[in-house]
Design a protein around this ligand. Sequence first.
Ligand SMILES: [Zn+2]
Length: 397
Amino acid sequence: MRKISATYIFPGNGNSVKNGILECHDDGTIINLTDNGGQLKEQQGLEYYSGILVPGFINAHCHLELSHLKNKISEKLGLSDFLGSVNRLRYSETENSGEFAEKADFRLWSEGTVAVGDISSTDETLETKSKSKIFYHTFVEAFGFLPSRAEKAFELACLTETMFRGKGLKASVVPHSPYSVSEPLFKKIAHKAKTENTILTIHNQESRAESRFFQNGDGPLAEHMIRNLKIDISGWNTGYKSSLKYILSFLPVENQLLLVHNTFTAERDLEELKKQRLHSNTFVVLCPNANLFIENQLPPVSLFREKRLNICIGTDSLASNHQLSVLAEIFTLQQNFPEIPLEELLQWSCLNGARALQIEDKSGSFEPGKKPGINLITEVDLQNLKLTGRSRVTKLA
Ligand SMILES: [Zn+2]
C-alpha cells in the first residue's frame, strides 16, 4: 500500500484538497482520499510532493495513425489546404509509420495519458494498441461524399472495426465529418450505432469553409473536393443553416456523441443541440493547439461554459500538433481563457473524458476502487493555482 500526499490533490470529481493523503494499493487502485483540513502530520512511509496530484488524463480525440506526419505540414494553412497536405502525404510518407505510432503511444503514456479516443481509418495502429498500457477506444472513421460509395465505405469501416474488436479492443464505426459523408452512409452508420449502442464522434465545424460549403456550396472546401479529391460535387444541395444542424438529424439521440473541435460553432447551433439532444450524453471535445495550428482560431469556450456543456480535451494528431500532451492543451486554454479555474480544466481532462469514453467506472477520479492513474504536476504557480510554461507531468502510478 502507498500513501501519497502533495500540496494539492485534485480528485477529478470535486474540490481540491490541500495537503490531503491519497491511499492506494501498489497497483494504483484507490483506497481512500483523506482531507486533513490543510494540516499534514508526519506519518511513516508517506510520500510527499510539491505540486498537484491529478488522476490520469483522458485524451478524447487523437489520430495515432498520422504520427508519422509530425513536422511535415506547415502551420496555419486553413483546413482545406491542411486536408490536401494530409491526403498527399498520408501514403507517400509511410516509412516506419508503425514505429512513429509506437513512439507516440509511449509519449502519451509517459505524459500521463491513460485513455485515448483514437480516430483510425485503417488497422495500422492495431499492433501498437494491442500492446499498449493505454486504454484505446478506436473510432473507425467512414467517409465517402458520393452516395454511390456508401456501401463500400461502410463495409470497409465495419471490416476495420472487426479487426480491432478481434484483438479485444473497443471500437465503433463513426462518420468522419459533416462534409465527407453522404446521406446514405450517415444512415448506415446511425443504424449500426443505434443497434449496438456504441459511442459516436464526428469532426464538427472545424473551419469557416465548412459553414460556407453547407450554406452556399462553394469556397475552399468545395475547391478542395474538386481539386484534391477529384469529386463531382454538382449533386450537393446547399442552403443548410449549419453543418451541425444538418448532421443532428442523422445521429441517434440515444447514442453517446462527441463533437470534436467546434471552432466555428455559434450560439444558435447550441440552441439546436439543446433542442435535439440530451445533455448527459453529448460532449464537446476541444483540441485548441490543433485549432491554432490549422486555422489560427480558438473555439468559443466561454460560450460552451455558459451553456454548461460537457467539455473534454483532445490533442488531434501529430500532423497538426507539436505534441500529444493533454497538459499542453489545457495550458493553451488557460493562457487564452484565464478566467477558467485550473480545477475545471483538470475536470475536463480527467472525469469528463472518462465519461465521454464510458470508462468512468475505472478512470477519471480518485474514488475508492478505481484505478485511474496518478499524475503529479510540478512547476505550478501554487499561490494562484495556475500552470506555468514549465509545468510538467510525472506518472506516480
Ligand atoms: Zn481529428
